[in-house]
Design a protein around this ligand. Structure first.
Ligand SMILES: NC(=O)c1ccc[n+]([C@@H]2O[C@H](COP(=O)([O-])OP(=O)(O)OC[C@H]3O[C@@H](n4cnc5c(N)ncnc54)[C@H](O)[C@@H]3O)[C@@H](O)[C@H]2O)c1
Length: 238
């Protein structure tokens, strides 16, 4: 199939490699230099688009894909406060949007494990839960989209915690989600339960960006010819 790439940075280049390995074609590459001048006709010839740009540019790119009638797979994080509006436009225009805070298969299994662990820990009030995410120093948003998904997974299963905060906190109703930016770390997320007598930690550590890129290409192959809003649960059937 023919794929349009929005964003040709660290992720865009990795996605291109995997897409070509899987015998797909790259029909169009859009980055900051041609964002306002690329050919919409070239976009219309693509079976799907993959969008990994910046929090400030993602929504305009998504709308360009909707207007061109091309299903769009979005990995950009940091724009989700506008999710409801984008989802509404997608439905009104009968278009296709696939979004994931994290495209790696391992992380999506980790999301399930995180929710199960939170459910198990919930009755045991002697444990306090905290979270940490570590990424490379170039990352523009904090906390990470994956960190937010994990935090929401904990909040859903632990009614004693009412919201996450992106800093150290000692308020019992707040879930601490600390962000660290270190060197070139691709992405590490930890959820920790600590009591006076012991400590439980689950961690997902990405060795490279390859897992995210493969998931995004699989998602593009999945949305070809489909209408509606999808996520990793649909792709992985979990
Ligand atoms: N969901 C996931 O699994 C996942 C994984 C890794 C990264 N991300 C997210 O993906 C995004 C991109 O990450 P990256 O590491 O590739 O960033 P990057 O800074 O390396 O690349 C960003 C690219 O966006 C391009 N760009 C800027 N404005 C544009 C516009 N208006 N139209 C088209 N392209 C434009 C830039 O030219 C650049 O090529 C970030 O939001 C990051 O958090 C998500």
């Amino acid at each position: 199939m023919k794929i349009a790439l929005f964003g040709y940075g660290k992720m865009g280049k990795e996605i291109e490699k995997i897409a070509l390995e899987r015998k797909n074609e790259i029909g169009l590459i859009v980055d900051m230099h041609n964002a306002d001048s690329f050919s919409i006709d070239e976009l219309k010839k693509c079976d799907a688009a993959i969008e990994f740009t910046t929090p400030d540019t993602a929504i305009a790119n998504i709308y360009k894909c909707f207007n061109a009638g091309v299903p769009v797979v979005v990995g950009t994080t940091g724009w989700l406060k506008n999710w409801d509006e984008v989802a509404k436009v997608c439905k009104e225009k009968n278009q296709t949007l696939f979004w994931a805070s994290n495209f790696s298969v391992g992380v999506n299994l980790f999301f399930q494990l995180n929710e199960q662990l939170a459910r198990l820990m919930n009755p045991h009030k002697e444990y306090n839960v905290t979270m940490e995410e570590i990424h490379h120093v170039h990352k523009k948003d904090a906390p990470s989209g994956t960190g937010i998904t994990l935090a929401e997974g904990v909040l859903k299963n632990m009614p004693g915690k009412t919201k996450w905060v992106n800093n150290i906190t000692s308020k019992p109703e707040e879930l601490e989600l600390v962000s660290k930016r270190i060197d070139e770390v691709p992405g590490t997320h930890s959820v920790r339960y600590s009591s006076e007598v012991d400590y439980i930690e689950i961690t997902h550590l990405a060795h490279s960006r390859k897992g995210f890129a493969l998931g995004a290409v699989l998602a593009a192959e999945f949305v070809k010819g489909k209408k509606g809003i999808y996520g990793m649960k649909d792709l992985l059937n979990i």
